[in-house]
Design a protein around this ligand. Structure first.
Ligand SMILES: *Cc1c(COP(=O)(O)O)cnc(C)c1O
Length: 401
């Protein structure tokens, strides 16, 4: 029987008919390799969105394929009623990369933040503390806890009432944090670099000030590293990059990780600092799929590849080059871009026109970028992006911005 060819049009029609329209989708992609993806008609795009900071190794990386293939033939899932060596191995790896503590595995950024919120509640329960302070323009996810934590009204519209016990304060404003802490406060939760809010990095003073404040007030300092963590900035955690040369001892009390942890395979993790890693005892929290042998095998392969191929150094160098060239372009009288900020492979370009409209025009030229916040375009290339690919992206960006 003749099978009709897949066209972008036919796929879009089926989405319209069968898929909940909660996303404003654009292009129909059918395959990828390295930093490139191809649409249904065979048009090639350079992918500087990387699945919104997910595809750390680009598309179809052989190390991931090998881990997926071998582990799927060995053991995919056993449930969390049992032990598995790769679960322990990945937890050890993440603890060694972060600091003394313990890991809880789950499946998405929102779910990881739910675990942080539960950690804060458990921590505060004996003293009647339950409130979590977060920042305006933050993004923590779409579940009720993580949506309530998110400091953006547009995310919450028509879903009220929110979960109780959240307060939002301006980001990078230490005195606002000081004023907001009350007898019911259990924790402060911030992103090291606000991603969806528009690529706004925390200042070193803010991070060090919050650490001191939280210690003094005996509350937890929690960080959402779902987007900015896992080497995206050129160091494992964005706070390490922000604080480079300033304070090597800085550690928050809990960190959520997801997006690129599995390079595209869904896995999330929560690091809980010693001794808080023991607060969530048997029966207090759980998730069916958290840290399956398959997910852990892939995440370990991603971490091994990042280490072996020195991809932290690579993304740092490529990101510095992108920013330097874009700054030169702005100084040379760019039409559409007025600023650039970020670290490593997490770059925000401040643009004059509508960011979604501009990102569509740039996509038509063969480059994928991601809109964020008000008037921000994000560059989130894979960590293994090459000199040549950066050159190509810069050519397209300069001709369009
Ligand atoms: C994407 C993101 C989330 C939500 O992650 P999901 O996997 O979509 O639930 C949470 N926090 C930050 C900072 C994010 O960028």
């Amino acid at each position: 029987m003749h099978k009709p060819a897949i066209t972008s049009e036919s796929v879009r029609m089926n989405y319209e008919r069968y898929v909940v329209p909660s996303y404003a989708r654009t292009i129909v992609f059918t395959r990828g390799k390295g930093s490139y993806v191809w649409d249904a008609e065979g048009k090639k795009y350079l992918d500087f969105g990387a699945g919104i900071a997910v595809n750390a190794l680009g598309h179809a990386h052989p190390a991931m394929t090998k881990a997926l293939e071998e582990q799927s033939k060995t053991l995919i899932h056993v449930s969390n009623l049992y032990y598995h060596p790769l679960h322990a191995k990945l937890a050890q790896r993440l603890v060694e990369l972060t600091g003394p503590g313990k890991i809880f595995f789950c499946n998405s950024g929102a779910e990881a933040n739910e675990a942080l919120i539960k950690l804060a509640r458990k921590f505060g329960s004996k003293d009647g503390k339950f409130e979590v302070i977060t920042a305006t323009q933050s993004f923590h996810g779409r579940t009720f806890g993580s949506m309530s934590a998110t400091g953006q009204d547009k995310i919450k519209k028509d879903f009220e009432p929110m979960l109780e016990g959240f307060q939002h304060i301006p980001y990078n404003d230490l005195s606002a944090a000081e004023k907001a802490i009350g007898p019911k406060t259990a924790a402060i939760l911030i992103e090291g670099i606000q991603g969806e809010g528009g690529v706004t990095p925390a200042t070193p003073e803010y991070l060090l000030g919050l650490r001191k404040l939280c210690t003094e007030k005996k509350i937890l300092l929690l960080m959402d590293a779902v987007q900015c963590g896992m080497f995206r900035t050129g160091m494992f955690m964005s706070y390490q990059r922000v604080l480079e040369g300033k304070n090597a001892d800085f550690l928050p009390d809990g960190i959520s990780m997801a997006k690129s942890l599995g390079g595209g395979f869904p896995i999330a993790a929560v690091w809980m600092r010693e001794p808080y890693g023991d607060l969530l005892g048997p029966g207090t929290h759980g998730t069916t799929f958290g840290g399956t042998p398959l997910a852990c095998a892939v995440a370990l392969a991603v971490l091994d590849t990042i280490e072996k191929e020195k991809l932290a150094d690579n993304i740092r160098r490529q990101g510095d080059r992108l920013q330097a060239e874009l700054k030169k372009h702005i100084q040379g009288g760019a039409e559409n871009i007025t600023g650039v900020r970020g670290y490593g492979g997490m770059i925000g370009m401040v643009v004059r026109e509508s960011a979604p409209a501009l990102s569509k025009e740039i996509a038509a030229k063969g480059l994928l970028v991601v809109p964020a916040g008000d008037g921000i375009l994000r560059l989130l290339p894979p960590l293994n992006v090459s000199d040549e690919e950066v050159e190509k992206a810069l050519d397209i960006l300069k001709s369009h911005l």
